[in-house]
Design a protein around this ligand. Structure first.
Ligand SMILES: Cc1ncc(C[n+]2csc(CCOP(=O)(O)OP(=O)(O)O)c2C)c(N)n1
Ligand SMILES: [Mg+2]
Length: 454
């Protein structure tokens, strides 16, 4: 239906003959933004040609150099659950693995939740740090490009919520499935899309992950279904993906994400019902970042216990600022689904640092002090770094080095995203249909020029 509407919109553009002279897709869209809407299935088809390459952990040294150890600064032990330092600074070896206490989840309709302890290897820790820091820096670059008017239109940033995307990805397989709403840049990255393709999508360039025609809300990768702009609409789609997994008997799960602002919609409860009835391997995840646009959860929800809102579906409330808590809870949830027990619901308590979108400064409905408090007490990146430093799992110098590598990668990606050409106008109508359909409506084929692929 959406495809049909898109096709009709595009056909209307053609029929009206407006925007004559536009050479590129973006010039055309500026004139036609009300009519043209390139929808997910089309862009999804584009993305299937891209090789899935989950971000690789960097090579890891197991020994610290003397210099690193000398320059290492002690940091505050922000995690009260962290174990005492295992090895002394006099030894050059890093602690290869440590165990951390994590916040116990609140549970609903479950006798027991995930364990209260999580193991972390040095390799994992460095990989999680690099991934979360890359997402953070990518979002800050997007903020900058937006303010320079290089990125236009909608843009919803994910900084603050990085532990959710990283923790989930660390707990599932690349062959499992993920679908989310419009705050999608972080998941696009953890599902394997390089920063340059994400930024180029934001700037509407040919090298973007949806060939520059999707933008901020419409990014896809294999087993990642976007990027959906209609609040809540991806939840029944996620249940459908889980139905496909069950039908195919492939033991895969679908992680279906939505926000607190979507959690009161009727379609969410319809999806819960069918998923429970058919015991679908669906992990429903409510990313509770405390606000839906400018409305706080207390003002929008009669019950803010989102993990209980599935009623007959078991639920967990998880510290969404702690990558280890998210990882352990998601593992627990995936095991539940793979054991054939049906769906499970997780509420990740998290926070977004930016406003709702780039047009929202984010400080009229919450105070600067509130944002600052979250940043200083529970920032997901600092928390992981402090844990690793205080357990001698890495040296401060390593983090600094990683930070400068990430900054360089982001700068290079931004250069690509600002120099790559825009897609040509005649590519605008590609990828609307999966097949070339000989469609006729009342004896005419107004969209006969639309091609299934380029
Ligand atoms: C069906 C529908 N209604 C309203 C909107 C407008 N809208 C866009 S985002 C949003 C708030 C959603 O908040 P939440 O689900 O908490 O996600 P967050 O932005 O916090 O990630 C609303 C109401 C929309 N896109 N779709
Ligand atoms: Mg929200």
């Amino acid at each position: 239906m959406k495809n049909m509407l898109t096709a009709i919109s595009n056909a209307l553009c053609r029929i009206t003959g407006s925007n004559v002279g536009a050479q590129t897709v973006s010039e055309f869209l500026i004139g036609q933004s009300e009519l043209v809407n390139l929808t997910s299935p089309a862009a999804s088809a584009l993305a299937t040609t891209t090789k899935r390459q989950p971000p690789k952990p960097p090579p890891v040294n197991t020994k610290a150099s003397e210099a690193e150890l000398v320059t290492e600064q002690p940091t505050l032990l922000s995690d009260p659950g962290a174990r005492a330092v295992v090895s002394s600074r006099a030894f050059a070896d890093f602690t290869p693995k440590a165990s951390f206490e994590i916040k116990k989840c609140d549970v609903h309709r479950l006798e027991e939740g995930p364990p209260g302890q999580a193991e972390l290897t040095r390799e994992q820790g460095l990989h999680y740090y690099r991934t979360m820091q890359t997402i953070r820096r990518m979002e800050l670059k997007a903020d900058q490009l937006y303010k320079q008017k290089i990125i236009r239109g909608f843009c919803h940033l994910y900084d603050g919520q990085e532990a959710c995307a990283m923790g989930i990805e660390a707990a599932i397989n690349p062959t499992d499935h993920v679908i989310t709403a419009y705050r999608a840049h972080g998941y696009t990255y953890t599902r394997g899309v390089p920063v340059k393709q994400i930024l180029a999508e934001l700037t509407g360039r040919k090298g973007g992950i949806a060939k520059g025609k999707g933008g901020s809300m419409h990014m896809y990768a294999p087993n990642f279904y976007g990027g959906n702009g209609i609040v809540g609409a991806q939840v029944p789609l996620g249940a459908g993906i889980a139905l496909a997994c069950k039908y195919l008997g492939n033991n895969q799960v679908c992680v279906t994400l939505y926000g607190d602002g979507a959690a009161n919609q009727g379609q969410i409860f319809e999806a819960y019902n069918m998923a429970a009835l058919w015991k679908l391997p669906c992990i429903f995840i409510c990313e509770n970042n405390k606000y839906g646009m400018g409305t706080s959860v207390e003002r929008s929800s009669a019950s803010t216990d989102y993990y209980r809102r599935g009623d007959y579906i078991p639920g967990l409330r998880v510290d969404g600022m702690d990558v280890l808590s998210v990882r352990e809870a998601t593992k627990f949830a995936a095991d539940h689904c793979r054991a054939g027990k049906g769906p499970i619901l997780m509420e990740l308590e998290t926070y977004r640092y930016h406003g709702h979108s780039m047009s929202d400064p984010g400080v009229s409905y919450r105070t600067r002090e509130e944002i600052q408090e979250v940043r200083s007490k529970s920032d997901p990146i600092s928390m992981l770094k402090d844990r690793m430093l205080s357990n001698k799992m890495a040296a401060m110098e390593e983090f600094k080095e990683m930070d400068s590598e990430i900054r360089k990668e982001i700068e290079e990606a931004a250069l690509f995203a600002t120099s790559d050409p825009e897609p040509p106008l005649d590519a605008l109508c590609d990828h609307i249909f999966h097949n070339d359909l000989p469609l006729e409506v009342r004896g005419t084929t107004p969209w006969s020029k639309l091609k299934s692929s380029s």
